[in-house]
Structures are given as structure tokens and as C-alpha cells.
Design a protein around this ligand. Sequence first.
Ligand code: GAL
Length: 384
Amino acid sequence: MTFPIRISITFLYLVYLVYAGITAFAQETYHEFDNENPIWSDNEGIHINAHGGGILRVKNRYYWFGEHKSSGQNGNKAFTGVHVYSSPDLYNWNDEGIALEMLTDVDSKLQKGAIVERPKVIYNNNTGKYVMWFHHELKDQGYSAALTGVAVADNVTGPYTYLDSFRIHPGVWPLNFTKEQREKAEKLFNQQEINLNDYAAEGVFLIRDFNEGQMSRDMTLFVDDDGTAYHITASENNRTLLISKLADDYLSLTNDYIRVFPGGKNEAPAVFKRKGKYYMITSGLTGWNPNPARSGVSDSMLGAWKSLGNPVQGTQEQEKTTFHSQSTFIIPVAGYDDAYIFMADRWKPKNAIEGEYIWLPIEFEDGIPILKWYAQWDLSFFEK
Ligand code: GAL
């Protein structure tokens, strides 16, 4: 009888090995957003590396694009590129690799070691192309270049072909900058010994950068229901936002642009549309450190934006720090009515790859967006 026993032991051992193998590779399935968990794992159990991100939905799948950070002090520089993940449900993310690769060509502006931040991707119905825009700083020049960059792809996950990076609107005045304002700003700019930052609201940076083109740093994109797309960016030395209409193919900016909240020091813009109105959530200007968020509303993208104040409702600490985070994007959730997710980063500048994510549902009180803390939550929130 020893023979059958040996067979069954061998059999059981094999079953165990197969089971162990399967569980080792089996993926945890997530059913909620866990804002208290510093690690948001992808399908391979690795912390998602897509900071300052944005989301595009294509054929029932969400694609999350973001900055691929590396470990250590230099981790905020781009050595790899823009990472992309995909998900059917917003909870479980599949690593789709690098959508836009940094280049080894040291003559390219997009060479490794440059800064690539806040990439956003939109789909152009006319051309069938995916278009990525991002904040781009040149290698070893800190944040002084202040460029916006653009890349294009045939497939949503890439590879994206880098086209160019540039200052915006050289030689063009904003639509809402009157002749009187311009003359006043010119006079101020020509005065000796003024600190330009003190007169940013009046438009002195517009005068300074008129020929070379305006600065573009923290940015986002927004596509309206009629397919018109907009580039929204922190300009004028981060003092004033500029909203520009993109060309029909989304590959360049048209001359139609406006100044928003002049001198308001808004960064990290995220835009969404609800019930015919356009909203934005932004941060203040404190680098990697969190600060109180702001919000605004307008009847049209190139219209008059009105400030709505801090959207955060919570403890003093939460209101002062936006839950220790900075806005990056607002996701309109498909399949639900009135469902928007505020996507934010908790930066870790000393080891950027450890940067964390928090996602919160946007609530509304009298048409004003409100953010409250939910440690764990799921999309059934929007069924209420
Ligand atoms: C933040 C900005 C980030 C990054 C950082 C650099 O204010 O939102 O995207 O540029 O400054 O200090």
C-alpha cells in the first residue's frame, strides 16, 4: 500500500505548488479608493507611478497618464517619461508602460534629466490622434524655461511622438487685456526698480514676455462637449492663469486666450463642466508644500471667471492643506449622474517616487463644489 500513498502525497504536493503559484501571481482586486493607503498598487503590486496625472476614457476603459518619478533627490526630474495605466473601473490599474519616452539625444529638448510635469491626454475626433500636452522645463535650467510641450500618438497608450515645446502666444495680447490696461502695464514695466511680482495683476509679465512668448508651467487640458479644447496654464511667473483655445487638431494654440484671476497665484488647475457651467479647482503657490485649494466658476471657458473660495470643508488642518494634497485633475465618472472625482497628489520631494494619491468625490452645495474627507469610499457614493 505504500505506492498509492506516495502517489497521493506527490499529487497533494503538486496541487500545493500550483495553488502557491497561482496565489503568488493572483492580483488583489480593489473595490474602493483607499486614501489612507500610501501605496496604490498596479496589477503587479507596484505603487502606481503616474504623478501629476490626468485621465482619459476610451471605449469603456480609463487611461491614467502621469509623471514617472524615480527614487532619491533627483526623482522629480524625468529620466523615463510619461507612464500610462489602464482600468475598467478606476480601482484596478494595469501597467501599460511608458507612453512618452525621454530621449537619449542630448540635442533634444526632451532629453533625459529635463522636467516633464502634469501630462494630460485628449483624443481628437477629426484626426483620430491622441494628443498629449505637458509642462516642460529644459535640462539643468531649473524652472526658468516655462514651456508647454506637445506629443501625438495613434494609440492611446502610445508610443507618443514628441513634436515640440514652446512659450505661448508670442506677439499676441490676451482677448481680455484692454488697450488701457496695456498702456498702464507698459508704464509700470518701464519704471525703474519695481518688483515685477508686485504688479503681476496689472500685467507687467505680459509686457516683459510679449515678444518671446508667455510662460507656461502647471497646466491642464479641457475638452468641451462640442469638441473645442482648451489649454489652461499657470503663466506670468505663476501669478496669472491663461486659458487658450486649441487649434482644431489640438496640436497648437490659437490666438484666442484670456487671463484668469490676474495676480491670484493659482497653480495646479483642474477643470470640469457641470450643468452647463465650467468649474476649476486650483492650488495656491507653495511648490511641493500643500496649501488651501481654491475654486472658480464661469459660464464659458473664455468668459469671466468668478472665484468661489476654498472648496474644502473639514478640520482647520484639512482646509489649510487640502488634505495634504494638491489638485491635478477632475475625472467625470461614466455611468453616473453628476459624478466627478477630485484627483490630487501628496508630493514627497525627498523621494518623489513615494508620492501618494488621494481621490475624493466632489459634492455640491448651491452649485458650489465641495470637498470632504473620505478615508475609504467607492463609486456607490454617487448613487445617493
Ligand atoms: C508645484 C507644482 C508642481 C511642481 C512643483 C515644483 O507648485 O504644482 O507641479 O512644479 O511646484 O516645485
